[in-house]
Design a protein around this ligand. Structure first.
Ligand code: GLP
Length: 266
């Protein structure tokens, strides 16, 4: 895994935006599929991409979006739905056609069938070119809580209490946080051709340590990313505070200029 350490969440956002921009510029208007995540972690990147769209004419024409997850029971227009979140925090502010933003339907009458349909829809669209991820304090990617199969596909999951509490800040109270979700599986996420993950804050330090340096385990589902050959993790100093390899990662970045492309992919 390639790891970049930045001062704060703002700087993490810039580096993640750089990675996304590189992919968008390379596509140059040709079809490109981005997998997008919600939560606070990627928001600084989305804000920066909106700025680049407005001030540096960065165009997202040709981009299709597949969201990572959604709360069961919430329709797309619900104020706390992830579909609404991504529109308000990103896609409504750039030239991404709303009809090209797909997410699992939280209000589908048969959630399990919806999960299977969504997984298939991603495959039929040709798969995800670049998947943006955050990571939960429990080490989850998407909503793949501890104990999730590392080859799982999109399905219904039940949140652990810690995640419900962590996400309560987006709702009026913890009681309102749905405990069931539809999430891309770990295996679905690993199908993406490339992945960029953002993390900031001390409460992510253990999850980042496990994800980068821990044994691959369903206890910390982010560890499955070690099995993917093109993952860039951008973390701030606080989230990097438990990394045993932090100095090595800084050294790798500082010496990259000597050999262009060194560790461009892990
Ligand atoms: C939610 C989302 C995840 C996200 C995680 C971290 O649980 N399902 O995709 O990575 O929150 O959230 P935050 O970035 O707000 O800490």
């Amino acid at each position: 895994m390639e790891v970049l350490i930045r001062q704060d969440a703002e700087a993490v956002g810039h580096a993640v935006a750089d990675r996304i921009e590189a992919e968008v510029r390379r596509a140059n208007g040709a079809p490109l599929t981005l997998g997008l995540a919600t939560g606070s972690s990627p928001v600084t990147a989305y804000t920066e991409l909106i700025r680049r769209h407005r001030e540096e004419s960065l165009s997202f024409a040709g981009v299709t979006v597949f969201m990572l997850d959604e709360y069961v029971g919430l329709p797309a227009e619900h104020p706390q739905s992830y579909h609404r979140f991504i529109r308000e925090n990103f896609t409504d502010h750039v030239d991404i056609d709303d009809a090209r933003v797909f997410s699992p339907r939280g209000d589908a009458p048969d959630a399990a069938a919806e999960a299977r349909r969504y997984d298939e829809a991603i495959r039929e669209a040709g798969g995800v070119d670049l998947q943006v991820l955050g990571i939960g304090a429990t080490g989850h990617i998407g909503f793949n809580e501890p104990g999730s199969s590392l080859v799982s596909r999109t399905r219904v999951k039940t949140l652990v209490q810690k995640t419900v509490q962590d996400n309560a800040r987006f709702f009026d109270s913890a009681d309102e946080v749905p405990i069931h979700v539809l999430t891309q599986g770990v295996g679905t996420i690993l199908d993406a051709r490339a992945i960029v993950l953002a993390a900031s804050g001390e409460n992510k330090a253990e999850a980042i340590h496990q994800m980068v340096e821990g044994p691959i385990s369903a206890r910390w589902t982010g560890t499955a990313l070690q099995q993917h050959a093109n993952v860039l993790a951008v973390v701030d100093e606080a989230a990097a505070s438990k990394l045993e390899l932090a100095d090595y990662f800084r050294f790798v970045e500082a010496n990259r200029a000597d050999v262009p492309g060194a560790q461009a992919t892990a």
